[in-house]
Design a protein around this ligand. Sequence first.
Ligand code: DX5
Ligand code: ZN
Length: 217
Amino acid sequence: MKTLVSPSLLAADFLNLKDEIEMINNSQADWLHMDIMDGVFVPNISFGFPVLEAVSKVCKKPLDVHFMIVHPEQYIEQTAKLGAMMMNVHYETCTHLHRTIQQIHAAGMKAGVTLNPSTPVSMLEDIIYDVDMVLLMSVNPGFGGQKFIENTIRKVKRLRKMIDDAGTHTLIEIDGGVQDETAPRLVKAGADVLVSGSYVFKSADPHATIEALKKLE
Ligand code: DX5
Ligand code: ZN
């Protein structure tokens, strides 16, 4: 399978959001990744539902929404109403993760579970059958442009094995520090979807950058 690419809007030019979405629409990007932060679970605040709603009206790519917030279960209906394709919630924020995943599915979305760099993939052993995607953070969540945490490669390999052993079709997505040096190694280790913020949006030719990531297999 060719690599799926989900550019992260956090690195876009917010004064020219319409042009940035047009660029994504005309590119080979598979999805658009949107980071919601609350200043509680992570030490930063990004954007919220008004921006998500505006983008959802013009973006032709499926929305891959990453909630870095406490109590993400309170926003399932609101997210589904905007037509989001994937709702990613952090393992660390969900006391009743199984219930939250059921609710995301019942609302008509795909469910993703996100792990912080310090959370082991083994925590997913009993939920892997129920999730459509696991999003591994390869930086500490909250900011774009950070340095890739090398241990992620080992985590991808362990997660790949867990998914293959379970025989599910769960996708592995990676978020943070994905660029020309880390991306090929991540795909080789078993990653299916690459989130990329600064590497795509700050590149001289975002279309070519997305295309290069998509070619990895
Ligand atoms: C970080 C966000 C990422 C961020 C990635 O908490 O979840 O999606 O935009 O940025 P880069 O690709 O620049 O590391
Ligand atoms: Zn993200």
